[in-house]
Design a protein around this ligand. Structure first.
Ligand code: 2BA
Length: 164
């Protein structure tokens, strides 16, 4: 048995139950309508405007040179995104963190766009600016090459999206 709302799917219409389920013979239902075999009488009218169900936040860390093209490609497909300027913890160079809020079904498409837009490149870690933990204190050392990107992507569930 689940611990939280959202852990259950309705035994009739199979939607995710976003509130305390109606239980009938040990089976969860989203509403009294479904509990009686349908039709579903759920309404989301009472929820704050702009609340979407089943969304994901995609956080993609990409190289600056790929960021503009990526934003263009996302916008072309009607996907909304936010670019945050960030700094890689290892190279200590600028990169771009792109936040993309989408419906579940759009995640695959966004991953495709990331794959086709973001390139893997080699960067040289200079002895002078490289992180100590990696290069150590034993100078001098030859410049070291690392492969960066295409994109490091994290995807997580959105509990609520509210636009006020
Ligand atoms: P940076 O931390 O500046 O890392 C740049 C590249 O340096 C990495 O490319 C990787 O090839 C190399 N690198 C990083 N840490 C290393 C280490 N301890 N030893 C040897 N080589 C190392 P990517 O893996 O493609 O990462 C690109 C950027 O994505 C990272 O920049 C960082 O800003 C972000 N990132 C990657 N993994 C992350 C994670 N688990 N959490 C948060 N940010 C992450």
């Amino acid at each position: 048995m689940g611990e939280n709302f959202g852990d259950y799917r309705c035994g009739n219409c199979n939607s995710v139950v976003k509130w305390a389920p109606v239980w009938v013979k040990g089976q969860p239902f989203c509403c009294a309508g479904c509990a009686m075999g349908g039709p579903c009488i759920c309404t989301y009218d009472w929820m704050p405007k702009g609340v979407h169900k089943e969304m994901k936040m995609i956080c993609a860390i990409v190289q600056d040179v790929d960021a503009v093209g990526l934003l263009d490609n996302l916008a072309e497909r009607g996907l909304r995104a936010t670019k945050v300027s960030s700094t890689g913890g290892f190279l200590r160079r600028g990169n771009s963190t792109i936040l993309i809020g989408v419906e579940d079904a759009q995640v695959v498409g966004v991953l495709d766009i990331l794959r086709t837009t973001c390139r893997t490149r080699t960067q040289v870690v200079d002895v002078a600016e490289g992180p100590r933990a990696y290069l150590g204190d034993a100078l001098p050392r030859p410049p070291t090459e690392v492969e960066v990107g295409g994109a490091n992507v994290f995807v997580w569930d959105i509990e609520e999206y509210i636009k006020v």
